[in-house]
Design a protein around this ligand. Structure first.
Ligand code: ARG
Length: 462
């Protein structure tokens, strides 16, 4: 091969171009073209700074600015021809800039390297995704608040071990997810604050001898400050990992809720009806309405966890500073982000559209001896019985009801007094599910008053 085949961006010391296999394993343009807008924003900030510091002339910087805008519009309109030989988005953009503006394009790379460039681009991309995740979570929280407010006093069974435990309110159950997604939102916000330092100007790894102004580029790109150590700046991928970690926890919450929706929408439960818009039918069984969106949300967590693990594995043994391993950081994050946004939007849609079946919820709330704890508490309060004794008496009454195939409120006063002589008619007042939930007024408890207070607090907070 002749020297002509070597890479036009770094081929000075190469006599021949890369083997086809080398090109295939080396190129990232197939995926990093998703960072084109960020790459051009970074280059524009860098070009403006080069002029402000006198490193390039104003007219060169102006040519760069205009040329970069042209490149951006070519990419946005699909006219741009990406080249694998040019490896990545950074060199594709720069090579096209050279075709458009000529010599000044060659001055753009002064005082920077692809190492700080890719770190900057990727950080800007991840930052956008964090913002999108925050909006997505907020929209879901709003949908949950509407459900909670409408059904603040609807009763349903609360479960532990998926066994009926005590009656709770629909609103309380919805608000449990509001708390979970609220923590997700704050995790994304927290990650955003910590990541918001600019790598640009760290150059290859050691900084540069040109009198660049990193504060200026940091500010232009919406960063709070430049990253303080150039070695760290080019080799840090914590920001992507923190995004994936927060995304994983959020996806885990989505998956738990999805699982509940799958159970609740079954014929055996009938707690909720999902809308036609978020269900599918079966090609063979005409009666079927399947909760596919919930199932897919439940499954998508696998990709997001996988991305988190994969990037940790890529990073874990790398010496400072940049290594080409780090090119493997992007695809997983892109996929995780895409699927997180999709899952959040699908969950929001399902929650907005779904209707709770109050009758089924209420019937289920009263079954399974769900007010047994209320009975035990009544024995403590009305008869001053130690709780352990009350627990035993109640257990005996539950066994009696079970053997008769009835619920606790169906036992007679005689049945009750046969187990403990001091029990009075008043006990029946606590065996109803509405009284049960209304009585749980402790802070954070399930009573409708407490639920509505939390709804109000969250509406205020958003
Ligand atoms: N495409 C590369 C990546 O994604 C850009 C940085 C390349 N730097 C280098 N020194 N080869 O990581």
């Amino acid at each position: 091969m002749t020297k002509d085949t070597s890479n036009q961006m770094w081929g000075g010391r190469f006599a021949a171009g890369p083997d086809a296999i080398m090109e295939a394993i080396n190129a990232s343009i197939g995926f990093d073209q998703r960072m084109a807008a960020q790459d051009i924003a970074g280059s524009r900030a860098h070009a403006a700074m080069l002029a402000a510091t006198g490193i390039v002339t104003d007219s060169d910087a102006e040519a760069m600015r205009e040329g970069l805008l042209t490149v951006l519009s070519e990419i946005e309109t699909g006219k741009f021809e990406f080249s694998t030989a040019l490896e990545d988005i950074h060199m594709n953009v720069e090579a096209r800039l050279k075709e458009i503006i000529g010599e000044p394009a060659g001055r753009l790379h002064t005082g920077r390297s692809r190492n700080d460039q890719v770190a900057t681009d990727f950080k800007l991309w991840v930052r956008d995704q964090i913002d999108a995740a925050i909006s997505g979570v907020e929209a879901l929280i709003r949908a949950l608040l509407a459900q909670a407010e409408a059904g603040a006093d609807w009763v349903m069974p609360g479960f532990t071990h998926l066994q009926t435990a005590q009656p709770v309110t629909w609103g309380h159950h919805m608000m449990a997810y509001v708390e979970m997604f609220g923590r997700d939102k704050s995790r994304f916000e927290d990650a955003r604050k910590r990541m918001n330092e600019s790598p640009l100007g760290a150059a290859a790894l050691a900084g540069t001898s040109f009198p660049i102004d990193r504060h200026m580029t940091a500010e232009a790109l919406g960063f709070d400050r430049p990253a303080a150590n150039s070695l760290d700046a080019v080799s840090d991928r914590d920001f992507a990992l923190e995004f994936l970690a927060a995304a994983s926890i959020c996806a885990m919450h989505l998956s738990r809720f999805a699982e509940e929706l799958v159970i609740w929408s079954s014929a055996q439960f009938r707690f909720v009806t999902l809308s036609d818009r978020f269900s599918t039918g079966s090609s063979i069984m005409p009666q079927k309405k399947n909760p596919d969106a919930a199932e897919l949300i439940r499954a998508k967590i696998g990709r997001i966890f996988g991305a988190n693990t994969a990037l940790l594995m890529v990073m874990k043994g790398l010496p400072l500073a940049y290594s080409k391993d780090m090119q493997e950081d992007k695809e997983q994050v892109f996929d995780a982000a895409d699927n997180l946004m999709l899952a959040l939007a699908a969950m929001e849609g399902m929650v907005k559209d779904m209707s709770a079946n109050r009758e089924s919820l209420e019937a289920a709330a009263g079954s399974g001896f769900s007010t047994a704890t209320d009975l035990a508490d009544w024995l403590v309060r009305a008869l001053n019985m130690p709780f352990r004794d009350a627990h035993h008496v109640t257990g005996t009454l539950v066994a009696m009801a079970e053997s008769r195939g009835c619920d606790l409120p169906d036992l007679s006063l005689e049945d009750m007094t046969s187990v403990h002589g001091a029990i009075t008619e008043d006990v029946f007042g606590v065996l109803g599910v509405h009284n049960s939930v209304a009585s749980r007024t402790s802070y954070g408890g399930t009573s409708p008053v407490r639920v509505l207070e939390q709804v109000a607090r969250w509406k205020e907070a958003l």
